[in-house]
Design a binder for this molecule. Sequence first.
Ligand SMILES: NC(=O)C1=CN([C@@H]2O[C@H](COP(=O)(O)OP(=O)(O)OC[C@H]3O[C@@H](n4cnc5c(N)ncnc54)[C@H](O)[C@@H]3O)[C@@H](O)[C@H]2O)C=CC1
Ligand SMILES: O=C(CO)COP(=O)(O)O
Length: 309
Amino acid sequence: MLENAKKITVIGGGIWGQTLANLARRNHLTVRVWSRHTGEDLGAIIADTDVIISAVSIKGVVPTIEQLQQLQLNSRIIIVTATKGLEPITTRTPFHLWNQAFPANPLVVLSGPNLAKEINQGLPAATVVASYQQKAAILLQKLLSGESFRVYLNSDPLGTELGGTLKNVMAIASGVCDGLQLGTNAKSALLTRALPEIIRVGTCLGGCQETFFGLSGLGDLLATCNSPLSRNYQVGYQLALGLSLPEVLAKLEGTAEGINTTEVLMRIAQEKNLYVPITCQVDRLLRGEISPQVAVYELMRRDLKAEFD
Ligand SMILES: NC(=O)C1=CN([C@@H]2O[C@H](COP(=O)(O)OP(=O)(O)OC[C@H]3O[C@@H](n4cnc5c(N)ncnc54)[C@H](O)[C@@H]3O)[C@@H](O)[C@H]2O)C=CC1
Ligand SMILES: O=C(CO)COP(=O)(O)O
């Protein structure tokens, strides 16, 4: 089959990059993983590649793009971005950054409720590939789908990406909620109010409302806010147990993107005058300005309002 002849390069040797590489290998594709620590020549690796999957954390996106720009990337190569974060200087999403750097290349966003450890165990999961270039998304769908990994198509790359990015802030809040043992009512209220906050920001930044009700929005919100496997959830949970942020980060394996996303999102919200009450309390908590208990109190004592406005 044509798809089986495709060569894939995964950039980023963290757990998500390795997981995506394994999914492609299960489909008998030729996959190489490049990370800044391997010392291998990236130019030689991508010379005959058909697809580049970027699975670096947000702080690696600009350096990775700059490195590829020096290699004169062939415009037939499909670029896939799997990062969930906001670039701190420009406040842009990875989709914007990749699109600006390589406007001639087909660009696909991959995002969904995808806790890497579960996928590595072969447990069933679903994800979304979204692109303005439908052919590229369809190819990715074929390359990565398998018995335990179901890939859906979407034509809203920005909304797909923003769902996965913004829910990380809510996962921190959810970890706090569970760490403080606030109960099921509180957790349900938090997650239900988190979704309109995500939609308010996500649609303002260009995503379609419908996308946020799908796998990459509500789906990923539920996965990350309910699982101790989520690093973002762990940040909130450990803060609620009384650890300081540096203490939490010293123990954390891998990247909790929600910490940076909260800070960037606060700047976006201030600039665009967006109402983001949950993000605001997470921000103050991460800055060490308030305790987890005060964050809850502040959310509960806000002015009373209509549910939908
Ligand atoms: N772990 C998971 O379950 C999932 C993670 N993601 C997203 O994928 C991205 C990567 O996540 P993980 O692999 O879990 O994180 P990780 O912390 O395990 O790996 C991060 C990777 O980014 C690279 N990197 C960091 N800074 C860099 C720089 N300045 N230059 C070049 N490379 C750099 C690191 O070398 C490493 O390969 C994050 O945005 C995360 O939100 C998305 C879906 C699932
Ligand atoms: O995005 C994820 C699951 O979809 C991974 O969550 P964490 O980055 O919080 O571990």
